[in-house]
Design a protein around this ligand. Structure first.
Ligand code: TYD
Length: 142
């Protein structure tokens, strides 16, 4: 999936449990400016339904599992996050929808910028218009 990738977070696991280490600029490819987490999502609730223009994020499901639908104008993929050692990097201009949160699921999100509502694209038609232009310009740079 364009502008997305899975990242392995080093795990220190043993008879006392498991610790995962995350370092901004190392295993997360940006300086972490913001952290938030999503919990207590009722059954059958879907979240997200937006893209960001200039924000990078890494999503980790540190308890339970959740599915993330990723879309660009030409691709669509569903990724299941169910392992605290696996992060999903989402770069610019990727539409995301989060669903099938299990009971007690905790979705941890690391973000490259502070919260800015103007960076969101929440309307899908607007997303298609801007992202088609964005990806065409990215192709031209190659
Ligand atoms: P939103 O990003 O729409 O959540 P989701 O995509 O998971 O459905 O954010 C929900 C609300 O929380 C919205 O009113 C904005 C607020 N919010 C902040 O104030 N700071 C943040 O860092 C985030 C991510 C959201």
């Amino acid at each position: 999936m364009i502008n997305c990738k899975m990242i392995d977070m080093p795990a220190f696991a043993g008879e006392y449990g498991q610790l995962n280490a995350i370092e901004g600029g190392h295993n997360v490819p940006f300086k972490i400016q913001r952290v938030y987490y999503i919990t207590k999502v009722p059954k059958n609730v879907m979240r997200g339904f937006h893209s960001h223009r200039a924000l990078e994020q890494v999503l980790l499901c540190v308890n339970g599992s959740v599915k993330i639908r990723l879309k660009t104008p030409s691709q669509e993929e569903v990724v299941e996050l169910n392992d605290p050692s696996k992060g999903l990097y989402i770069g610019y201009m990727v539409w995301r929808e989060m669903f099938d949160f299990t009971k007690g699921a905790v979705l941890l999100v690391l973000a490259s910028q502070h919260y800015t509502e103007t960076d969101y694209i929440r309307d899908y038609a607007q997303y298609l218009q801007e992202s088609r232009k964005y990806f065409k310009e990215e192709d031209l740079k190659k």
